[in-house]
Design a protein around this ligand. Structure first.
Ligand code: ZN
Length: 440
């Protein structure tokens, strides 16, 4: 057991990352006159602090805004009240936050914290998936997605295309800036996802030109136009395929198997008591109308004592016996964007599905983007912050961690997040309050 608080990498500490985020916000153009009472930086940093501290709601955060260590730990000079914060953030374009995400990822790279997450041939595995976080029959804004029901009623919603760098053997995920699907993308889910994915991929290449990615997605994305977008932007892929959606492809593979043109391979996992069976074939047409789009195909069966799991993928990476197990794990790691990213955001304090006041203009999407930034900083901490890891291991339950952290944050004068984490690490007891005056 550790007795001295671990030091960790200084420029990846919570305090260094908060300063980095603050500087990033400070570089965004303020659309208001220079003598505005509260700066845009303070408003953005206040929203970031709410998600970073996992305050139960913006209202709860608002009630305590004058207490605690927002100036010392988050650098916020003046915290706007809740309605003022919403008004300040509404005009901010979520895309303008790109450089802030970039600066955190660059810091991870500089600290060599990203390198161990390389998955295959110096490529990072990048999972993309859509998720909804808001739906209403009455409240809406200009960018809300609209679903018109048969009776004429409309459901308004917001959905994001989330993206995260992940690795089958690494717990932390590194979320990138999500792309929001907007009303202007078209009338149906397929069009929303397709357009958002295109925007995301183009900006991904601009933001991280030196990183190489293998994109992993579900079977909706295994279509010729999307594969063409990935190819032209220099991205590799492992995409799920289903017999129901890709009947032609499955028939081609079946015919090839009957003609003895597929490779079969088995691998025993003795420790887990399972066997993995694979059928692989390179260079088959994706579908009848796009025979020029050729893909490599993996069919995998995992057989355990009680159940059998079957999945298939297409990829542009050559598949053979030596690589197929690793590629299969890459395809299956996609579940982490559901489990480790979206579920964390929904259930562990960020409360993505909670309505933070829908607001006008970009407020809803902007808050969701700031929340993802706070999640990126948390995940960086989880991956690199030795002190945070030690504190979390000591406190156990996730709820307890954030409750204890907030209790210290709001009731003690602290100089830094490191000081707060040290107090939690050493289990410092708070002294009884001393009052001037006679209480007898
Ligand atoms: Zn909206």
């Amino acid at each position: 057991m550790l007795h001295v608080a671990p030091k960790g990498r200084k420029h990846l500490s919570a305090d260094a990352l908060f300063r980095l985020v603050y500087r990033g916000f400070d570089h965004l153009p303020d659309y208001r006159p220079p003598d505005a009472d509260i700066t845009l930086t303070d408003a953005l940093m206040s929203a970031f602090a709410r998600f970073s501290l996992k305050a139960p709601s913006l209202l709860a955060f608002d009630k305590e805004r004058t207490a605690g260590n927002l100036p010392t730990i988050y650098g916020i000079e003046r915290v706007p009240c809740d309605p003022h914060m919403r008004a300040l953030l509404a005009p901010v374009s979520p895309a303008s936050l790109r450089p802030v995400f970039q600066s955190v990822v660059t810091q991870l790279q500089r600290g060599h914290a990203l390198t161990p997450m390389a998955f295959f041939d110096d490529h990072y595995l990048l999972a993309l998936d859509g998720t909804g976080y808001f739906a209403s029959k009455t409240m809406h804004c200009a960018s809300c997605l609209r679903k018109v029901h048969r009776n004429g009623a409309i459901t308004y919603s917001h959905q994001l295309l989330g993206a995260a760098i992940l690795h089958p053997d690494v717990r932390a995920v590194i979320p990138l800036r999500p792309e929001s699907m907007v009303h202007q993308d078209g009338p149906a889910k397929n069009a929303w996802e397709r357009h958002a994915a295109k925007r995301f991929i183009v900006t991904l290449r601009q933001d991280y030109p030196h990183l190489q990615f293998i994109v992993t997605e579900d079977s909706l994305s295994a279509n010729a136009p999307h594969i063409e977008t990935l190819r032209t932007q220099g991205l590799r892929y492992i995409l799920g395929v289903k017999e129901g959606d890709h009947a032609y492809l499955f028939r081609q593979v079946q015919a090839a198997a009957q003609a003895g043109r597929v490779t079969s391979y088995e691998r025993y996992d003795r420790a887990a008591g399972r066997v993995h069976r694979f059928r692989l074939i390179n260079d088959v047409p994706l579908n009848a109308s796009n025979t020029a789009v050729r893909v490599n195909c993996i069919a995998s069966w995992e057989v355990g004592d009680e159940k059998e799991q079957h999945c298939s993928w297409v990829t542009d990476l050559p598949v053979h016996r030596r690589t197929v197990y690793r590629l299969m794990r890459g395809g299956r790691a996609r579940w982490k964007i559901e489990n480790e990213t979206f579920n964390t955001l929904k259930n562990q304090g960020y409360r993505v599905a909670h309505n933070y006041g829908h607001g006008q203009q970009h407020l809803s999407v902007g808050l969701a983007t700031v929340m993802m930034l706070a999640f990126l900083v948390d995940q960086t901490q989880q991956r690199c912050g030795a002190l945070l890891q030690a504190v979390w291991a000591k406190l156990g339950s996730k709820r307890l961690r954030w409750e204890r952290l907030r209790a210290w944050f709001y009731t003690s004068a602290l100089a830094s997040m490191r000081q707060l984490l040290e107090a939690l690490f050493y289990g410092v007891q708070k002294p009884a309050p001393i009052f001037a005056g006679d209480s007898t």
